[in-house]
Design a binder for this molecule. Sequence first.
Ligand code: DUC
Ligand code: ZN
Ligand code: ZN
Length: 479
Amino acid sequence: MTVLIKGGTVVNADRSFAADVLCVDGRIETVAQKLDAPKGAKVVDAGGRFVMPGGIDPHTHMQLPFMGTVASDDFYSGTAAGLAGGTTMIIDFVIPNPQQNIMEAYRQWREWAQKSVADYTFHVAITWWDETVAKDMETLVRDHGVNSFKHFMAYKGAIMADDEILVNSFSKALELGAIVTVHAENGELVYRLQQKIFDMGIRGPEGHPLSRPPEVEGEAANRAIRIAEVLGVPIYVVHVSSRQSLESITRARNEGQRVFGEVLAGHLLIDDSVYRNKDFESAAAHVMSPPFRPAEHQDALWRGLQSGNLQTTATDHCCFCAEQKAAGKEDFRLIPNGTAGIENRMEVLWHHGVNTGRMTMNEFVQVTSTNAAQIFNLFPRKGSISAGADADIVVWDPDRSKTISAKTHFQNIDFNIFEGMTVKGCASHTISRGKVVYADGKLDVERGAGRYVDRPPFASYYSALKRQAQLKKPSAVKR
Ligand code: DUC
Ligand code: ZN
Ligand code: ZN
């Protein structure tokens, strides 16, 4: 299939320039001025619009089995919703149950993801430890294109990784040339505070943020960062929601440590007043962890993004409908944690980031696509409009306005945390692997068209091993 995107302004992370973009068989073939359309090519008129790398959401949970239910957006509907918002790739999570064989869980998620309509790859969570887990980490890096391992420092009694697991897994990741990621909340403290608040008679969703204050996040972020510092492994902190956590990241970066931070679109724009809504459905719909914070944290997070101490934006897209959230009607601890956002991440960031002057268009591309591609070793295949890259592209119309609503979104959930927000600037066309899959409000997707994307490790141990193996070959010895 051949697509020519004509007359637009290419916006990459480093610069913007007028150019046409020719996509052939899923790749970008040429980026140059005044290209003629080859015979049979589909032409997308990008006049007055921006042609940017498709968004990468580095943090989603499609059809996640969690807290007694399963997230309602699966890999088909969730990736389709992403395409409608200009996001052409997700990094989702394989989350083995404690004691579950890691490779078995990995194969299960690979099977679930086969229905994806956009490209995808996986972080793999380490939820328990023994030598078989170490071996499986090695297999995943060597044979399956996994270069990042996730650790939940919360969810005691379920998937929580204690310090022993962190130290073992971080050490192994370093050896393999992988990066570690953490959900930073002190699970012991959350457990204790949940009990205390419940015993005080607080049963509604307002108990959720009370049991997970910013200090609980700050402690865990700092601990994980310091463990990573001692071991010398690069670390990525997911969904940084508080000033305290950001301060730990900033301090470590200033000391020269390789620490990265991700912020969710929701945490930048929504504050904790949502939990005081007397309507259970609305308050419960916002229950996610870490929770939405008092407004002063949003200012800190925007500054974190502007200063480069936070590098990526994500959604933690994990949908639960009202009937699923109702499981926690009498006890906030049982409300399935999760909110949606993959469809809206780019437009809300453009509106509140670029339109307000908080960031430039190029910085927008950095934080929605290129930085994630670089941190997780997908660049320049992803995150770049350049010859040879995958043709994952969003054509962005800065003049188009829309009002976000659950009534019109593609996400398979009955609630939208950005409900009623009018944004100016959104995707007019999305191209995934060289095919126009979204145009002017309509999706044209094919079940299973998304591909699993391998992510090679970051040098070190594994490439050293490869070099050694080559040296041992007779031909290499002769030379
Ligand atoms: N937080 C959520 O809100 N949902 C899924 C997992 C998580 O860490
Ligand atoms: Zn998390
Ligand atoms: Zn998550």
